[in-house]
Design a protein around this ligand. Structure first.
Ligand SMILES: [Zn+2]
Length: 285
């Protein structure tokens, strides 16, 4: 028989080395354990020594196999779904991954948004750390991202996102195009709010102007780039100065009734290359 030695420990006896080596290859892991396995590595190489033994000595194959298994590591293969080159989810089979990407690509095309999906092979010894997901769950998540992208697309003007309401709406006191005193056609949107109500930037940009400007009273102009500007008129307070950089949602001023204003309100304008745009196309829809 052969004595099997693992890491200088005598583990037991086997009858046939070749048969045993085959068993290591085929029987070490069950079919269940092999499901997501890419490969396994045996970290200790068993040594075999020819020995003469008593005929009552039994083979210890099962025990030895278990010992080898204890000293081995499994590497699993999972499939990472990437969205815009960032990790999104992991699934266990390439079929699932391909189905998800194919179905979601169709959805992205239908909604006409800029998003890219990909599949990356991921080898790991710790399958649990990857948190495998079900196909439905992944698709639901990606659909949420698509919806967000659609929302951003719909609130974009010439590539500039104007998605933040400058004041929490109380009520719209005058709409774009309304006939107002001494004017035919209102060039902005009037949002009534108490004096002192915080005004925030509709989108990212740079302060182009912050000061008194004729009928506008205290006026803030934000340059958002790409020819897009927003105007905030009749402010009671200005919290920004020319040249300041602001992000969507940053406090820029307070509602008031300065300049030509009969009541406290924000006069909001959006201009694209100097042309007036109805703010309600993007905000307070
Ligand atoms: Zn107005």
């Amino acid at each position: 028989m052969y004595k099997v030695i693992i890491s200088n420990n005598e583990i037991g006896y086997i009858e046939n080395i070749e048969e045993f080596k085959t068993k290591i290859n085929t029987d070490l892991y069950s079919e269940e354990e092999k499901e997501f396995m890419a490969y396994y590595t045996i970290n200790v190489e068993p040594e075999y020594k020819t020995v003469f033994v008593d005929k009552k000595t039994n083979s210890d194959e099962t025990e030895i196999l278990n010992k080898i298994k204890e000293n081995s590591t499994i590497t699993y293969l999972a499939y990472e779904i990437t969205l815009n080159n960032e990790e999104k989810a992991y699934v266990s089979t390439i079929e699932e991954a391909e189905q998800i990407v194919e179905e979601m690509k169709q959805e992205i095309e239908n909604e006409d948004v800029e998003m890219t999906l990909g599949i990356v092979q991921k080898y790991t010894e710790d399958l649990d750390s990857l948190k495998l997901s079900e196909k439905e769950e992944v698709e639901q998540n990606i659909n949420t991202e698509i919806e967000k992208a659609v929302e951003i697309k719909e609130s974009s003007i010439n590539g500039v996102v104007l998605a933040t309401k400058p004041v929490k709406e109380t009520y719209i006191s005058s709409r774009y195009g309304d006939t107002v005193d001494r004017n035919s056609g209102h060039k902005g949107l009037d949002i009534a709010a108490p004096t002192g109500t915080t005004i925030v930037a509709c989108g990212d940009g740079t302060i182009k102007y912050a000061g008194w400007y004729y009928g506008y009273g205290n006026l803030i102009i934000i340059d958002h780039g790409n020819g897009v500007e927003t105007y905030y008129g009749h402010c009671s307070k200005l919290y920004v100065s020319k040249g300041d950089t602001v992000s969507a949602g940053d406090k820029i001023g307070a509602v008031g009734a300065t300049g030509d204003a009969t009541g406290s309100h924000l006069h909001l304008e959006i201009r694209l290359n100097g042309v007036y745009i109805n703010p309600q196309k993007y905000l307070y829809k």
